[in-house]
Every structure is written in C-alpha cells, then in structure tokens.
Design a protein around this ligand. Structure first.
Ligand code: PAF
Length: 295
C-alpha cells in the first residue's frame, strides 16, 4: 500500500530569504501567486490557495498577524496564532509551495513605523469608520508583502470586500504589476461566512449568526425582484432584522458604490453596489456583504 505523503509547504521566516526565493523563481520563469493571510486558516483560506494555484506556478501563503491594522482596543493579542496547524492544513490540499511567516521586525524593520501607504477616501466608511487606521495598516503591510514576494497575482476573499476594492485601487495606482483576484465568500451550509473569528462564538451566538447572510440576501432580492432602489429602505430592512436578534449588536450597515466606496442615497440602474455590515455577537465582530448588480 502506498501512503500519500502530504506536500508540506516550505517555511520561510525572513524577508531576505523570501526575496531570494522569489528572485530565483522569477529567474526560472515561474509565475508567483501570493495569498496574504493572518493565519488561523480555515476552508475559506484554502479556497484562496487553491484558486491561486490556477494562476501561477508557485503559490506563497503569507501568515502574519499585522499589528498596525488593529486598533488599541481590538483583538491583536488574542488573535489566534496557529502556525503548525496552518501548515498541516495547507499540506492537506497540497496547493501551497511556501509559507512566508515573517517576524514583526521583518515587516517593520525600524521599530516605530513612519512610512505608510494610504488610499484616500475609500477607507472613510464601512469598516474604516469604526476602525480608524485599519486600512492604512492593511495597505502598508500588503504593499510590503508585494515588495518582498513580487507576486504576479494576489488572491483575496470577497468577505473583506472593502479591503479588496481598496487594495485593487492601491495596486493599480502604485504600478505593482500584480493582478488581484477576488474570490467569492466561502460559507457554512447555513450561510455563515467562514471567518477566523467564528471560533469566538458561543453555541447560541453561532446559531444566531447566519442571520447576517439571510438579511443581506433578502435586501438583494428586494432590488432584483421588487426593483427597490431606495438605499435607506434596504439598509433599514437589514438594521431592523439585526435589532430583532438579542445576541447581536450592530456596528454598521451601509450601502456604497463599489468604485468609490461612498454611501448612496439611491441605486442607479446599471451600477454595481456593495451592501455591507459588521455586527458583534458576543466578543466576535463579524462582517459580511453582498454585491448587487442593479439591472
Ligand atoms: O485579510 C487579511 O487577513 C488581512 O487584512 C491581510 C490582507 C492579510 C493583511 O494583513
């Protein structure tokens, strides 16, 4: 009997080794795909890695819990760090060639960070309004990951739709030469979006949380089936449904244009809009969204 050996990705723990690996791969004519993550991997991340393997010869998954994208009262210290089990999961599917797990000193070499990459205005609303500085931390760390790994393609999940649209803008304007791919949100059978933070949910909160996806879908159907174009009516529908759930505390519900990420009063036919929310279930802050093509 032949036992299949899991394909353990190579672990690279320093920026200099990563640069050398990428330069060698490029010299050999290999295309590199990067999947940036903060670890605590789940099936949603594995789907990103599998997607990445369709676009390149070599897949790098970075695992770095980035301090600059957490606010002072957020869960940076508590954020799960599970490098060994993350590598095992990646080995299971075999699509990942390298895990890049740099230290904080690798990503922020001079200690206090003075150089930031920011994308104006697109981070003002949605998660940006209640997490000041969050997207500045994300764009800064992702631009450094791009500089170190030189990816041809980078794959992100659309659960973080605001993050995707901001990074896409950054990538085009900075001329990184990297193409971004956004993969639809991976969900549990009951619609709950997969998230590393779902592990914070109690069983009662877990049972209530699929409400997020259900309400967003209902609002989307109000546009598609009934022709509802009033943004306030759509947002109110979701807000009322969330308020009816005692386990849930709303952070925000907002409807924005996908190009500018600015709030809309009404939907214009032919446009594409993003209805997004964040809500607390106990100590878990969950986000979800739906993208609606307004026919
Ligand atoms: O989406 C995430 O996990 C993070 O924001 C990212 C893109 C890895 C940057 O730290």
């Amino acid at each position: 009997m032949t036992l299949l050996q899991p394909h353990f990705p190579r672990l690279i723990a320093s920026a200099s080794e990563m640069r050398t690996w990428s330069a060698d791969a490029k010299r050999e004519g290999k295309r590199i795909a990067l999947v940036p993550t903060m670890g605590a991997l789940h099936e949603g991340h594995l789907a990103l890695v599998a997607e990445a393997s369709k676009h390149a010869d070599q897949v790098v998954a970075s695992i770095f819990v980035n301090p600059t994208q957490f606010g002072p009262n957020e869960d940076f210290d508590a954020y799960p760090r599970t490098l060994d089990s993350d590598r095992e999961l990646l080995a299971r599917d075999g699509f990942c060639d390298v895990v890049f797990a740099p230290s904080v000193a690798d990503m922020y070499p001079l200690g206090e960070n003075l150089t930031w990459v920011t994308v104006d205005s697109m981070g003002d609303h949605l998660c940006g309004a209640t997490r000041p500085g969050h997207f500045r931390g994300v764009t800064t760390v992702v631009s450094r990951l791009f500089a170190i790994t030189s990816p041809d393609v980078a794959v992100f999940g659309m659960k973080d739709a605001q993050q995707f649209f901001i990074l896409n803008r950054m990538t085009q304007e900075m001329g990184f030469g990297t193409r971004l791919v956004g993969l639809p949100t991976v969900r549990e059978a009951d619609g709950l979006a997969l998230s590393s933070r779902n592990r914070y949910l109690t069983s009662a909160e877990r049972a209530a949380a699929p409400l997020l996806n259900r309400l967003l879908n209902e609002a989307s159907e109000m546009v598609e089936k009934v022709g509802q174009l009033d943004a306030h009516v759509l947002v109110d529908h979701v807000v009322r449904g969330l308020k009816d759930e005692p386990a849930c505390t709303i952070d925000y519900v907002q409807l924005v244009d996908t190009e500018t990420l600015q709030p809309l009063e009404s939907l214009i036919r032919g446009s594409r809009v993003l209805l997004a929310l964040a809500a607390f279930f106990g100590k878990a802050r969950l986000i979800d969204n739906v993208i609606i093509d307004v026919a």
